[in-house]
Design a protein around this ligand. Structure first.
Ligand code: HEM
Length: 259
């Protein structure tokens, strides 16, 4: 049996935190660790999302709801982790920020993969990764693949819900767009199909959780770097503010007024 250290590759893992600042600056360690932890959770979320899509395709609603709950719980941890980063003051961050050069979470291909997996497709995101790179190849695969939203619609249809054919056959490389016909169908699900309605609610939790992270991240950015430009080359907080309040699953929000 391998030991704890061997099985988890602890020595390799602990060798991966390499500050670039001289000294090095005390807070750079926190900055590296927190980003690495995020990337590990992104990896786990993608793993669970793929599993979830498979469960929906196999019509295993109970386990699908359990998997969604796990993803939602991880998402809460991702939001809570921003509290740790907020213990770093603006001056502490500035002490090593110039070492990041153009590095930014903006370039996280796993973050974009997660967006694509959830149905937030944007072909421009592909261009940010060099052709032939591992990140680009993974993103291209996600771009072409059906998203969680598509798997959800097919799951509804397999359970006798009259999902409009235009929604079932939508172009999966496009962002999920509002559909009036689908909204009527979803209202019917809420009124008469409690297990499927619960699944809808968990998707709304997921959507809200992603928006919550975006809100907390931009607040953290504003208090740490104000209105400075981002190291990834964007306008910084102004760019991030433009990504708020944009639901992944617009129809699940729109039906609230009519329920
Ligand atoms: C001091 C800490 C941080 C600061 C000052 C900061 C700042 C920024 C800024 C200014 C942007 C806009 C893009 C650009 O760089 O031009 C951005 C984007 C982003 N950051 Fe952070 N960030 C911090 C921590 C984190 C952490 C811990 C994560 C976790 C992975 C993260 C993930 C992201 C992601 C995914 C984006 C792209 C968002 C999008 O395009 O919708 N950031 N960040």
């Amino acid at each position: 049996m391998p030991s704890y250290t061997e099985y988890l590759k602890i020595n390799e893992l602990l060798a991966l935190q390499r500050p670039l600042s001289e000294g090095p600056e005390h807070d750079e360690m926190l900055f590296i660790v927190i980003h690495q932890v995020y990337e590990l959770w992104f990896k786990e979320i993608l793993h669970e999302l793929d599993h979830l899509v498979g469960l929906l395709a196999r019509d295993d609603g109970a386990r699908a709801r359990g998997t969604l709950k796990r993803i939602l719980t991880i998402l809460k941890v991702l939001v809570a982790q921003l509290d740790i980063l907020e213990t770093m003051t603006p001056l502490e961050f500035l002490s090593f920020r110039d070492r990041l050069e153009s590095g930014s979470g903006f370039q996280s291909h796993q973050f974009r993969e997660r967006e694509f997996a959830l149905g937030w497709k944007d072909a421009r995101a592909l261009e940010r990764y060099p052709a032939g790179s591992e990140g680009r190849a993974r993103l291209e695969r996600r771009f072409e693949s059906a998203s969680l939203w598509d798997a959800f619609l097919h799951h509804l249809a397999a359970n006798g819900v009259p999902v409009p054919a235009s929604d079932l056959r939508r172009d999966v490389t496009r962002r999920v767009e509002p559909s009036a016909a689908l909204r009527d169908v979803l209202i019917g699900v809420y009124r008469g199909r409690s297990a499927l309605a619960e699944l809808c609610e968990r998707l709304v939790d997921l959507d809200e959780g992603v928006m919550e992270w975006r809100y907390r991240h931009v607040k953290m950015v504003q208090r740490t770097i104000g209105t400075r430009r981002g190291t990834g080359g964007s306008a910084g907080a102004d760019y991030l503010l433009g990504t708020l309040n944009q639901p992944l699953f617009p129809d699940l929000w729109a039906i609230r007024t009519e329920l």
